[in-house]
Design a protein. Sequence first.
Length: 126
Amino acid sequence: MAQKSVGNQQVSGSLADPVYISCGAHVAAVDPATGNEYWRCKLPKSTYGLISLHVCGDLIIAGSYGRIYGIDRWKGEIVWTNELQGMGYYNILITSEGASGLGGMQAVAAVAAQQAAAASAAAASG
């Protein structure tokens, strides 16, 4: 059986991979068998709206309020942040190659870009 370090715990078996959830300004890793929390990470500039999550290798990509964060999925530590300058402060849709029928790399911030364009058009018209 494979063992992994998640937070400060050793986990093994077929349920060794945590389930990732978001609530408020937090992202958390939860044991799917017991519901116990492994770790919790507060996004520093997050609102209390929707936080999109996408697991990508050893990272969780979390999007909130016009920013994306790379979070180490085993430790719950923020590895990097991208403020997506000029894209607005809206909900973010995160996807990757193979995640939809469209194929190819999708826009990381499709919803933010759409809403930012609409806001720019509204501001330009008056």
